[in-house]
Design a protein. Structure first.
Length: 104
């Protein structure tokens, strides 16, 4: 019975880390300042990182994106940045955080 309670507490703490990150995340956007006149030619690039427990960076994770957003922008060939945002994909004990840039 003691092992069951320890497992229950551990699972609750792991879930709590993920929930803390999702409830603290907010974005303030100014959509009127974005230049979206040629939306069909808009390019998107991303730089993603792997986070243990939703907030600890894990440098040994192999991802398929460049390490920094600047490298991703240069690789995609974006000359004019229109929009930058961040996305999080939370799993049970880890998260993927991506910084996205949109431009021409």
């Amino acid at each position: 019975m003691k092992k069951f309670f320890i497992l229950l507490i551990a699972c609750t703490l792991f879930c709590g880390c993920g929930l803390y990150g999702t409830t603290k995340y907010s974005v303030t956007l100014n959509a009127q300042a974005a230049d979206l006149h040629d939306i069909e030619h808009l390019k998107k690039t991303s730089s993603c990182s792997f986070l243990i427990l939703g907030f600890i960076p894990w440098p040994w994770h192999k991802n398929k994106t460049p390490d920094t957003l600047l490298e991703a922008i240069q690789k995609e060939g974006i000359q004019k940045i229109v929009w930058i945002d961040s996305t999080y994909d939370y799993k049970f004990t880890y998260a993927d955080k991506c910084q996205n840039a949109y431009g021409y």
